[in-house]
Design a protein around this ligand. Structure first.
Ligand code: BES
Ligand code: ZN
Ligand code: ZN
Length: 480
């Protein structure tokens, strides 16, 4: 689905959406015949959608909530949700072309863009494996608005595509997206949009002594990959790079500490952190943000064969740290530890990692947001503010230094699991061991994998992180 700017297309469109907020907005010329009904309907704040069938077109009037006292993040989210609802209606009416207009200036430009973003995000479908592809009717949304520029439309389209890339990657099963396939995908994308991609193969990973990535990969018949993405535009505002690291476990069976019953389905999405990094790169490069960025993606599946790690094994990480593996299902931190120590060589301004790391984080946040921890304090408020604005929210969890003590091993430098409490924080402390730079860790186990459809967030992989990190990178450019 594409978003366009339209000045004259309104007569052609079969579905016209008019955004309103209050009685004054009813004076819009297209609403004249319906003023009386609408003024009654305006009180109906729950649904907010009123449909009028005309001879050759449908007029949908969407009343956005009047919420002067709440923060803009929530106002925009309300608009996004309404956009998701209207998307369903457009498809139900089998309309291919929709137009969106503002009833008046009482609807802000931000609300209009968020509403449109909600439509586009809700129109996503993963149909690759369906014989009967019931494709959504909607293919184009045109905004009729004098204040919106073509550049803003391009930017929004690129963000939507970036989110879709991350969702497609997450929804793809491991049988067709293993670590090598993921590397191939990144190379292809780098050629298409223009950034540098270097995919390290198993022997290069061995030469780097990435014992965490190799250890997790030992049980797999597919070799690991370590993808290095680089975007360094001439006009970059930063000298030291902004680095994104994504957990790329293409399938997590748990290994010999095997997941049981309902714990395993969905683990094709254990590379959602990696997917977010790839999607974010797409948005940054396509929108030409003036930021020097690096992406690091350690990738492997976590499976079983006679070479697979077993609990009690001790491995030596890229940094030289020895780790007693007491649970092979705590594999994400092993591959990320290697990526984080590898990141040191770039002397980064900031490293942000994203990982579906712990069920404990999901138990805290649910699908509503990610768990945030780390050592950086300079950029943390900006990242959290971007979370509120994009509604890919973050919340800081207790991350006291004593959590690190829970990782002490009797016979190695570290063990890979903590105690009975603070499962997300001990995982975070494990990662922190491999950093010597400002670093933030986003445990996205909750919001990455959605169990139910919501108005614009659909069941399956959410692509969480892309809209957040794009917004953050834009702000990062301003701060540098
Ligand atoms: N990939 C899982 C975490 C996860 C669980 C993500 C549910 C999404 C939904 C991770 O590798 C894992 O298995 N973590 C273990 C760690 C434990 C063994 C210390 C967990 O959370 O149980
Ligand atoms: Zn696991
Ligand atoms: Zn995992």
């Amino acid at each position: 689905m594409t978003i366009t700017l339209a000045v004259t297309e309104v007569s052609k469109a079969s579905f016209i959406t008019i955004l309103i907020k209050n009685q004054a907005d009813l004076s819009h010329e297209m609403l004249q015949p319906y003023q009386k009904i609408l003024s009654q309907k305006l009180e109906d704040k729950d649904n907010g959608i009123t449909i009028f069938y005309e001879a050759d077109r449908i007029i949908a009037v969407v009343a956005l909530k009047v919420n002067t006292h709440i923060e803009t993040g929530i106002v925009h989210e309300e608009a996004r949700v309404r956009g998701g609802n209207i998307c369903k209606r457009i498809n139900y009416e089998k309309s291919a072309h929709a137009v969106v207009v503002r009833g008046s200036d009482s609807v802000s430009k931000g609300e209009l863009l968020a509403f449109t973003e909600g439509i586009a995000l809700a129109n996503y479908q993963f149909l690759k494996y369906k014989s009967d592809k019931k494709q959504n009717a909607l293919t184009n949304v045109a905004l009729m608005d004098a204040e919106i520029s073509p550049a803003e439309i391009d930017e929004l389209n690129n963000i939507i595509t970036a989110n879709q890339i991350a969702r497609d990657l997450g929804n793809e099963p491991v049988v067709s997206l293993n670590a090598v396939d993921l590397g191939d995908f990144i190379v292809k994308m780098s050629h298409e949009i223009g950034f540098k991609a270097d995919i390290l193969n198993k022997s290069q990973i061995e030469a780097l002594r990435m014992g965490g990535l190799l250890g997790v990969n030992a049980g797999s018949s597919v070799p690991p990959t370590f993808s290095i993405l680089e975007y360094k535009p001439d006009n970059a505002k930063n000298v030291k790079p902004l680095i994104f690291v994504g957990k790329g476990v293409t399938y997590d069976t748990g290994g010999y500490s095997i997941k049981t019953g309902p714990g395993m389905p969905g683990m094709k999405m254990d590379m959602s952190g990696a997917a977010a990094v790839v999607g974010t790169f797409y948005a940054i490069v396509k929108n030409k943000l003036p930021v020097y960025c690096i992406g690091l993606i350690p990738a492997t599946d976590n499976r079983i064969n006679s070479n697979a790690l077993v609990p009690d094994d001790i491995i030596t990480m890229h940094s030289g740290t020895t780790v007693e593996v007491l649970n092979t299902d705590a594999e994400g931190r092993l591959i990320l530890g290697d990526a984080l120590s590898y990141a040191k060589k770039f002397q980064p301004e900031l490293v942000i990692d994203l990982a579906t790391l712990t069920g404990a984080a999901a138990a805290i946040t649910g699908a509503l947001g990610g768990a945030l921890m780390g050592t950086d304090t300079k950029y943390r408020p900006t990242l959290m503010a971007c979370g509120n604005e994009t509604y890919e929210r973050l919340w800081e969890i207790p991350y006291w230094r004593e959590y690190a003590d829970m990782l002490k091993s009797d016979i190695a430098d570290l063990k890979n699991i903590g105690g009975a409490v603070g499962g997300s924080a001990t995982a975070g402390k494990f990662l922190e061991h491999f950093t010597d730079y400002p670093w933030l860790h986003l445990d996205i186990a909750g919001p990455a994998i959605l169990k139910d459809d919501e108005p614009y967030k659909l069941k399956g992989a959410s692509g969480v992180g892309v809209r957040l990190l794009y917004a953050f990178t834009k702000k990062f450019a301003e701060l540098n």
